[in-house]
Design a protein around this ligand. Structure first.
Ligand SMILES: Cc1ncc(COP(=O)(O)O)c(C=O)c1O
Length: 421
């Protein structure tokens, strides 16, 4: 990688002229010890805190203090139905009908709850297909599901690899594999935007191919929600789950979403793991011994809503509703394209697909050095946060809500300096 004279004035002009200016002032941007604002590229890992989050949390604390148990129905946002506030904005983000979405638990828990319904293996059809580069939690989850049902995970879980010498899966290869080998596949579970490469897989094509082969299809949207535009309902996805601490900026370990396609909602043959929030709210407090089923994704909820985890999700979703995902995605394409051009100028080697339709905000690049050391130097000497993956990959994700073109300029300039060109 060689140093290049990157044009700072152009970055500043791009910020001034952008049709959707950054909402950076609505977020709390960390500072370097020397006082500089951090150029933050880790929104794919943990998004920044919206300034509005503190107020909404304080309001919930006030309601708890002043109303105690009566807050369940009398709080300014009654706790008993708090999750309802998150349903429609979440549905808009993933292209779902409101009835298809529920916010609850954390991501891997939701994967398990949904697999309890949608992974129903038989001796003839029991395999689960994931990407070889799946996030480890998904890999552990599907292996444990196979074992839970009495199958050997090494036989039951198939990991699809990118072709030798390439770093991302080709849609055509996945589709061909499924049509040739899908007869004993019960479930396909892929990360929609791959955490490592940043690749945005072709959800409709892979979903259709897997269903054609007779499998059920789930998508992990951890790196996709709030990042790319998805249309889960129209694409006929069976189920999906996502977290809200990355592009959704709802805070560390915050709640997850779950999607179940409309056509499954009233299916009484699907087994579900239940609790008192799985039952119809109209009769919940009759305290009967059996679940009164609901024809919405709420049927997959188990416990009462955790208000202090939900409040930051509400603060975050309000921002998305205010801006709208499609214009935000357009800004994201501009920002990431600009960062890509700068990284090209400094000679970066990309893992992420070059086609903006096949990626989200994140760019993953190989560096000719220990990536963890590069990342530490970027942080210490240049006030740039970009995360590393062993041994030589850096991930930089300009988040369209708060990153600027100038951040991209800072990131690329710093990388060139660290790599000593
Ligand atoms: C793609 C993906 N799946 C699953 C997880 C695990 O999420 P959680 O710890 O919230 O269950 C993550 C976490 O970053 C992830 O990126």
């Amino acid at each position: 990688m060689t140093a290049a004279v990157l044009d700072e004035q152009r970055a500043l002009r791009l910020d001034d002229d952008d049709p959707l200016p950054s909402l950076r002032s609505r977020f709390l941007v960390p500072r370097h010890e020397d006082g500089r604002e951090i150029a933050y590229f880790a929104g794919n890992s943990l998004g920044l805190q919206p300034a509005a989050t503190r107020k909404i949390l304080e309001e919930e604390l006030e309601d708890w203090a002043s109303r105690a148990v009566e807050g369940h129905v009398e709080a300014r946002r009654p706790w008993v139905s708090y999750h309802e506030l998150l349903r429609e904005p979440s549905a808009r983000l993933v292209g779902a009908l409101p009835a298809e979405v529920v916010v609850m638990n954390s991501l891997t828990v939701n994967l398990h709850l949904l697999m309890a319904s949608f992974y129903r293996p038989t001796p003839e059809r029991y395999r689960i297909v994931i990407e070889d580069s799946a996030f480890p939690s998904d890999s552990y989850a599907v292996r444990s599901q196979a074992a839970w049902h009495g199958f050997d995970p090494d036989r039951a879980v198939v990991r699809l690899r990118a072709r030798d010498g390439t770093s991302v899966l080709e849609t055509a290869d996945v589709v061909d594999w499924l049509s040739a080998n899908g007869a004993d596949v019960a479930l396909v579970l892929f990360g929609a935007v791959n955490y490592y490469s940043g690749q945005y897989l072709d959800i409709p094509a892979i979903t259709a191919a897997a269903q054609q082969a007779g499998a059920v299809v789930g998508w992990d949207l951890a790196h996709a929600t709030g990042n790319v535009v998805a249309r889960l309902h129209d694409w006929n996805v069976d189920w999906a789950a996502w977290c809200s601490y990355k592009y959704l900026n709802a805070g560390p370990g915050s709640l997850a979403g779950a999607f179940v396609h409309e056509r499954h909602l009233a299916d009484r043959t699907l087994p579900k793991l239940a609790g008192w929030w799985s039952t119809d709210p109209r009769t919940r407090f009759d305290m009967g011994p059996t679940v009164a089923p609901m024809d919405t994704a709420d049927g997959w909820a188990v416990s009462n809503p955790p208000i202090f985890a939900m409040a930051p999700v509400l603060a975050s979703l309000r921002i998305f509703d205010e801006v709208g995902l499609p214009p935000l995605r357009e800004r994201s394409v501009r920002l990431t394209g600009y960062l890509e051009a700068l990284l090209d100028e400094v000679g970066a080697q990309f893992i992420t697909p070059r086609d903006p339709d096949r990626r989200g905000a994140q760019l993953s690049v190989r560096v000719p050095a220990d990536a963890a050391k590069v990342s530490a130097t970027l942080r210490r000497e240049h006030a740039v946060i970009a995360d590393s993956r062993k041994p030589d990959v850096l991930r930089l994700a300009p988040a369209p809500l708060y990153n600027t073109f100038h951040d991209c300029w800072r990131g690329a300039t710093a990388l060139a300096a660290v790599l000593g060109g």
